[in-house]
Ligand binder design. Structure first.
Ligand code: PHE
Length: 453
C-alpha cells in the first residue's frame, strides 16, 4: 500500500542526476582540487578513487538498501527495519546532521549568488587587496549575506514543494547537464591560458613522496563528504527509487560523476591559477578571493572574457550548491511530512524557516555578531566541524554495522539483486566491506580527525 502511494522518481536518468546532484557540491570545487594538489597529485587522485570504490560505494549502497527497503524517510527507515529499537537513533542523527549542514551550506550558497551579481556588475574587478577586502566586507556584513541566503532558500523551497518528480527530478535534469557544460567551458578556457600546462602537470604529476597515512585518511574523509554519506540524503532519495533500480550500478554511476566533476574542477582551478603564478588554497578564500583575482589577471587583456568566466564559474557553483541543498532540504521535509503528519507544503515551510534561522545565526557569527562563538570558533565553523568531523563518521559507522550485522542477509541479497532478478556477484564482497573494512576505516578517520591518532 504505502509504496504505491509514495512519491517516486520517474526515470533512471532522474535518479542518477538527482542523486549525483546531491553529491556534486561545493566540496568538489573547493576542497578536492586543493587536496589533490597538496597531497601527491595523481597519486592522491588514485587513492581517492580507491576510497570511493572500496568504501564510498559500499556505504552509499548501504543507505540505498535502507531507504528503498523501508520506503520511508531516514528516521522511519531505520526504525521500521529494526522494529523500533535503538537503531532508529542513527536515522534521527542523519536527519539532524543534514539539517544543520543545510543551514550553513545555504550561507555559502548565498555568497555564490552575490558573486554572480558582483561579477556581472564588474564589482570584482580590482587589485588583489581590493578583492580580498570586498570578500571580507561582504561576508561580515550583517544583512547582505542573509538576504542572498534567504533568496537561495526561497529557490530551494520552491523546488521542494513541487515534489519529488516535478520538483527535484525535473530541476536535476535541467541543472546537472547545465553544470557540466559550464564546467567544460571553464576548463577549456582555463587550459588554453598561457602557462596553463604547469597547473595541469602539478595536479596530475604523481608524487609518491607526499603519500602518508594522513593522505589516506584525508582522502577517505573527503570521499564520504563528497558522496553525501550519512546525512540522511541518500537514504531519503533511495526511498523514491523504483523496485527495478539496480542499486549497485546507480551508486557506481553517481560516484563516477562525482569523481569526474572533482577532477575537472581541478583542471579548471590549477591551470588558471598557475598561469598567473598563484598557488591555490582551499575553502572560501579559494573561491571568493583567490579565484576572482586569478580571473582578473588571467584575462586582463580581454576584461569582458574575465567577467564572463567569473560569471559562469559562480553560476556553476550555485547550481552545484542548489542540487546539494535540495537533497538536504528533502531529507528533513520528508521526515516532517511523514512523521509529524503535516502536508508536504507545510513540512517544507517549517524546514525552510528553521533552516533559515540556522543560516542567519551562522552568517552573523562570521562577523556581524562576535558573541555567536563557541570554543573560540564562529558558530559557522562549529556547525561545519560537528557535522563533518563528528556526526558524519558516527552516522556512517553505525549505518555500516546496521546493514552488515543487523539486517538479515536475505534483505540485503534481495535489495542487491532486486528479488533475485540481477546477478549477485557483489553480495559477498559487499558484505565483507560493510562488516569489517568500512567500520574500521571510518573509526580510523574519526580518531584521526579528533587528533587521537
Ligand atoms: N556532497 C556535497 C559536496 O560535495 C555536500 C553535501 C553533503 C551535500 C551532504 C548534501 C549532503 O559539497
Amino acid at each position: 500500500m504505502e509504496s504505491t502511494q509514495r512519491a517516486n522518481f520517474g526515470s533512471r536518468l532522474g535518479i542518477i542526476l538527482a542523486t549525483a546532484g546531491s553529491a556534486v557540491g561545493l566540496g568538489n570545487v573547493w576542497r578536492f582540487p586543493y587536496m589533490a594538489g597538496q597531497n601527491g597529485g595523481a597519486v592522491f587522485i588514485l587513492i581517492y578513487v580507491g576510497c570511493v570504490l572500496l568504501l564510498g560505494i559500499p556505504c552509499m549502497v548501504s543507505e540505498f538498501i535502507i531507504g528503498r527497503r523501508a520506503q520511508a524517510n531516514t528516521a522511519r527507515a531505520y526504525s521500521k527495519l529494526s522494529n523500533g529499537t535503538a537503531w532508529k537513533w542513527v536515522g534521527y542523527l542523519g536527519i539532524l546532521t543534514g539539517f544543520i549542514i543545510m543551514g550553513y551550506y545555504a550561507v555559502v550558497s548565498g555568497w555564490c549568488l552575490e558573486y554572480i551579481y558582483a561579477s556581472l556588475m564588474g564589482h570584482l574587478q580590482g587589485d588583489t587587496d581590493y578583492v580580498q577586502d570586498y570578500f571580507e566586507r561582504f561576508s561580515t556584513n550583517p544583512w547582505k549575506p542573509i538576504v542572498w541566503m534567504l533568496l537561495f532558500f526561497g529557490i530551494t523551497h520552491w523546488v521542494i514543494v513541487r515534489g519529488v518528480e516535478k520538483g527535484i527530478e525535473k530541476a536535476a535534469k535541467l541543472l546537472m547537464p547545465t553544470l557540466f557544460i559550464l564546467l567544460l567551458i571553464i576548463v577549456v578556457a582555463a587550459c588554453s591560458l598561457p602557462g596553463a600546462d604547469k597547473g595541469v602537470k602539478y595536479l596530475l604529476h604523481p608524487d609518491f613522496s607526499k603519500v602518508t597515512s594522513d593522505v589516506f585518511l584525508g582522502a577517505l574523509g573527503q570521499s564520504f563528504y563528497s558522496l553525501s554519506i550519512a546525512m540522511g540524503c541518500l537514504c531519503t532519495y533511495a526511498s523514491y527509487f523504483g523496485p527495478k533500480t539496480d542499486l549497485t550500478r546507480c551508486a557506481m554511476q553517481i560516484s563516477l560523476i562525482d569523481c569526474l566533476v572533482a577532477i575537472l574542477a581541478g583542471l579548471m582551478i590549477f591551470p588558471a591559477a598557475f598561469s598567473v603564478g598563484v598557488n591555490p588554497g582551499s575553502g572560501p578564500s579559494l573561491v571568493f578571493i583567490t579565484l576572482p583575482n586569478v580571473f582578473n589577471q588571467a584575462f586582463s587583456a580581454v576584461p569582458w572574457l574575465g567577467t564572463l568566466i567569473a560569471f559562469l564559474f559562480y553560476a556553476l557553483l550555485s547550481l552545484a550548491a542548489l542540487t546539494s541543498l535540495m537533497s538536504l532540504h528533502e531529507a528533513s521535509t520528508a521526515f516532517l511530512h511523514e512523521e509529524m503528519k503535516v502536508t508536504r507544503y507545510r513540512g517544507a515551510a517549517v524546514v525552510s524557516a528553521i533552516g533559515a534561522v540556522i543560516g542567519v545565526v551562522s552568517s552573523l557569527s562570521l562577523g556581524g555578531y562576535d558573541a555567536l562563538q563557541l570554543f573560540d570558533m564562529s558558530l559557522f565553523d562549529v556547525f561545519d566541524f560537528v557535522t563533518g568531523q563528528i556526526f558524519l563518521p558516527i552516522g556512517g559507522f553505525f549505518t555500516c554495522l546496521f546493514v552488515g550485522w543487523y539486517l538479515p542477509k536475505r534483505i540485503i541479497h534481495d535489495e542487491l539483486t532486486n528479488g533475485g532478478t540481477l546477478r549477485s556477484r557483489i553480495f559477498r564482497p559487499f558484505l565483507f566491506s560493510v562488516r569489517y573494512v568500512c567500520p574500521l576505516c571510518i573509526l580510523l578517520i574519526f580518531l584521526h580527525q579528533l587528533g587521537i591518532i
